[in-house]
Design a protein around this ligand. Sequence first.
Ligand code: C5P
Length: 217
Amino acid sequence: MLTIAIDGPASSGKSTIARLLAERLNIIYVDTGAMYRGITYYMLTQGKEIDSQADFSFLEEIDLSFEYINGLQHILLNGQDLTHEIRGEEVTKYVSPVAAIPQVRDYLVSMQQKMAAKTSLVMDGRDIGTTVLPQATYKFYFEASPEVRALRRYKENQALGYTKESLEEIKKGIIERDHYDMNRPVSPLKPAQDAIIIDTSDLTIEEVLQKIEEIIH
Ligand code: C5P
């Protein structure tokens, strides 16, 4: 079984590379950020308190699953396709506090480990190399300057027709989310000791893929 972990801060290029790499290797791609976003969407729409002291038994009743349509991962929560909804501003704002809650992490990490036990995959996130798959075949950690990352996200948003947030607002949001993710007590964002670090600031998507493929082959 081949397992490839890709971690790194927001908009460092993880999901684009992970998706393309999985496609080339003909294995599945799992976007774990989408899982945290799915739970956040559920909590916001169901009026659940974002507080680790609250009751999280509802997690056991959530049916979270993935479908792959034309190679793209769709996330389904209790049968509802939330692929689009989880990218909204509200979810982006609250996802880091939700992801810092130990009960949420335990629930999702165990689900992610079960997925990786069944099939070869590329999994991206914040704690894949350190916590979810410490025995991954390959571990990569992406870095890029906040300016480059904000500009990438800005262009991506424009291409998708989301034009509400300015470049400065996006940069601020990215820096805040990284800070939160890197400083939480449970599974903070950091490279695994044996991860290969790639700075993607000045690299094209193809160049990053080439680097990874050279290492894997
Ligand atoms: O990758 P994405 O930006 O969609 O992730 C959203 C948030 O989910 C991150 O900012 C982080 O708080 C959380 N996350 C996490 N662990 C993962 C993946 C995502 O804590 N493995």
